[in-house]
Design a protein around this ligand. Structure first.
Ligand code: PEP
Ligand code: MN
Length: 360
């Protein structure tokens, strides 16, 4: 159950509502837990009564309170992310509205490698028509001997790339202790990577800082169910961080001979039907090879993705990480399906076509 309070509700109103809830739940013999969320949006009280029939709570007597705007029953295991609570959530990153009516393209190399590489990449991403630049400064790698990222130096270079191109920056955060530093360097979107999808301490720490100025892109873990993913996002929403995007990037499957992961584009449809958070698809980590990326990107758009996050590198053959899955940049590429600007052109066209089909 979600109790929405009126915009002007005070702390006393919240307490009054909770007192009434205690009384009514007591009458119904129900044990409940609650969580209050306050901020820019309407203040809400999310109520859960695990194992009990919450319908036994006399809802009308809650509605009688002046400060109560509305009460919603939500059957989903997640609440604030549910479409029964809110149909659609639009995420603001600068002037960009993710989840509105334009496909959002985030692109860039897997990692910041040096000044020349990231500046070339940033200019290429901008010229290709992407909306945001993404590159990792802190790289969680499977092997401790692989390139681990330039760390704070990488953040400084990203800031420089942002100043030069005006593109908002998306980069992965791996450690809650670094959040303040990321903020200092002007990071716009904090990517929580697959390995940290259910790192609740990191998620909670993200909600404690600059919640109105930041956005989080939460990637699906390698073997994370959709409910687990949405509930991880629920930690951010419950902490009143509203600018949340989900990112699917493939999952471990039974056949990883041909692709890096099992391509989970079909799950985009499931998520958009049940959950109000915009969905970004990452075809690069799903496929692991640039040759599959074009079809997978169109497939993701076909399933209703609100955006794509694509790896592209000015010199993929010499990339320090994820070169084989990175698209080429620039105009001199004959293989159009492997060139960032051409892929972006086609996915945008397809997105607009798909939207035109849905018009009444
Ligand atoms: C990445 O985005 O570069 C990355 C490491 O991806 P994932 O967390 O999905 O493995
Ligand atoms: Mn990568």
């Amino acid at each position: 159950m979600i109790i929405q309070l009126k915009r002007k509700a005070t702390q006393e109103d919240i307490q009054k509502t909770l007192d009434r809830l205690v009384e009514l739940a007591g009458e119904a013999g129900i044990d409940f837990r609650y969580h209050t969320v306050q901020g820019e949006e309407l203040p809400v009280i999310a109520v859960k009564a695990p194992g009990a029939d919450i319908a036994k709570i006399h809802e009308e007597r809650l509605r009688q309170l002046d400060c109560v705007e509305d009460i919603k029953r939500i059957a989903d295991p997640f609440k604030l992310a549910s479409r029964s609570y809110l149909d659609k959530r639009i995420v603001n990153v600068g002037d960009i509205e993710v989840g509105a009516d334009r496909l959002c393209i985030i692109a860039g190399p897997c990692a910041v490698e040096n000044e020349e590489q990231i500046m070339k990449a940033a200019k290429g991403v901008k010229a290709a028509g992407a909306d945001m630049l993404r590159a990792g400064a802190y790289k969680p790698r499977t092997s401790p001997y692989s390139f681990q990222g330039l760390k704070e130096e990488g953040l400084k270079l990203l800031k420089q790339a942002k100043e030069e191109t005006g593109l908002p920056i998306v980069t992965e955060i791996t450690d809650p202790r670094n959040i303040e530093m990321y903020h200092r360097h002007g990071v716009d979107v904090y990517q929580v990577g697959a390995r940290n999808c259910q790192n609740y301490d990191l998620l909670k720490a993200l909600t404690e800082l600059k919640r109105n100025e930041t956005a989080v892109l939460l990637k699906r873990g390698m073997a994370t169910t959709l409910d687990e993913l949405i509930n991880a996002a629920e930690y951010l929403l419950a902490g009143n961080l509203q600018n949340v995007m989900l990112c699917l990037r493939g999952i471990k499957g039974i056949d990883l001979k041909y692709t890096r992961n099992s391509i989970d584009t079909g799950d985009i449809s499931v998520l958009t039907h049940n959950c109000n958070i915009p969905i970004i698809y990452d075809p690069s980590h799903a496929c692991g090879k640039r040759s599959y990326l074009y079809d997978t990107s169109l497939g993701a758009v076909g399933h209703g993705a609100h955006g794509l996050m694509i790896e592209a590198h000015p010199d993929p053959e010499n990339a320090l990480s994820d070169g084989p899955q990175s698209l080429y940049m620039g105009d001199d590429i004959k293989r159009k399906k492997e060139n960032l600007a051409d892929v972006i052109k086609d996915v945008r066209k397809y997105y607009d076509f798909r939207r035109s089909l849905q018009k009444p």
